[in-house]
Design a protein around this ligand. Structure first.
Ligand SMILES: [Zn+2]
Length: 217
C-alpha cells in the first residue's frame, strides 16, 4: 500500500492538530523509509520479480525489522517517544505512534504473506489483495478518501488554500491509480531511491499544504 497510508496521516490531524501534516506523512511511511534504507545497505532484502502481483513486482522476502508486528510496534513506540521529546505534546506523540503503526495494519490486507509476526522463521501474514489491482486501488482510495475528508472538514480551506489542497488530493489520487501501471524499478536499490524520493517529496508538499501549522510546534 502506498497512497492509502496517508489516510491515517490526514485523520491524525483531527485528533492531534499541532504536528505538521508533513510529519504525519513521514510517520505513515516510517517503516518503508527504514525498509528502503535497509535495502540499500543490505540489512533487509527484496527482489524485483515482474508480475509478482498485479499491483507491483516486489518479492519482499526479508524484512523482519521494519515490517514484523513486533518490529512495527517498536518503531511506533520509538516514533512516539521522539515526537514527545521534541514537542512535549502527549496527544501529538500518541497520534504519531498510532500513524506509524497504522502502516503495518494497512499493509496486512494487501501484502502477500510476507509480514512476520516476530521473526523471519515464524508465522507470516498478508491477505494478498495486491493480486487484484482493482481491489487494491479501491481499498487504498477508500482509506485515503476517509482520511482526506476528515482533514478537509477540519481545516475548511478557502480561497487559494482550497485550490492548493484540492490539487494535492487530486495528485495523490492519480498516483494511487497510476502506480500499478508504472514499469517496475530496475533493481532493489533503484526501488529504494525512488521510494525515499517519493516519501520526502510528498511529505514536503503535505507540510506546505498544511501551513501555517509548524512542523514540530
Ligand atoms: Zn510497507
Amino acid at each position: 500500500m502506498f497512497i492509502g497510508h496517508y489516510g491515517a496521516s490526514f485523520a491524525a490531524k483531527r485528533f492531534a492538530p499541532k504536528l505538521s501534516l508533513g510529519a504525519y506523512f513521514l510517520g505513515a511511511q516510517l517503516l518503508d523509509v527504514f525498509f528502503s534504507i535497509f535495502v540499500m545497505v543490505g540489512i533487509e532484502k527484496m527482489r524485483i520479480v515482474p508480475g509478482f502481483t498485479q499491483v507491483n513486482a516486489y518479492d519482499l522476502y526479508f524484512m523482519p525489522y521494519t515490517h514484523s508486528l513486533v518490529g512495527s510496534l517498536a518503531w511506533s513506540a520509538a516514533g512516539a517517544i521522539a515526537i514527545f521529546a521534541i514537542t512535549k505534546k502527549t496527544p501529538e506523540a500518541i497520534a504519531f505512534g498510532v500513524v506509524v503503526f497504522s502502516h503495518f495494519v494497512l499493509d496486512v490486507p494487501v501484502h502477500t504473506p510476507d509480514l512476520p509476526i516476530f521473526t523471519e522463521d515464524g508465522a507470516k501474514i498478508g491477505f494478498g489483495l495486491w493480486k487484484s489491482w482493482p481491489a487494491s486501488v479501491l481499498l487504498e482510495l477508500a482509506v485515503f478518501g476517509v482520511g482526506a475528508a476528515m482533514y478537509w472538514k477540519l481545516v475548511r480551506p478557502i480561497g487559494k488554500k482550497r485550490s492548493q489542497l484540492a490539487i494535492f488530493l487530486a495528485v495523490l489520487s492519480v498516483l494511487c491509480v497510476a502506480t500499478p501501471f508504472l514499469p517496475p524499478p530496475s533493481s532493489p536499490t533503484s526501488f529504494a531511491i525512488q521510494a525515499l524520493f517519493g516519501y520526502f517529496v510528498l511529505a514536503f508538499f503535505a507540510a506546505r499544504v498544511d501551513k501555517p501549522a509548524a512542523w514540530l510546534s
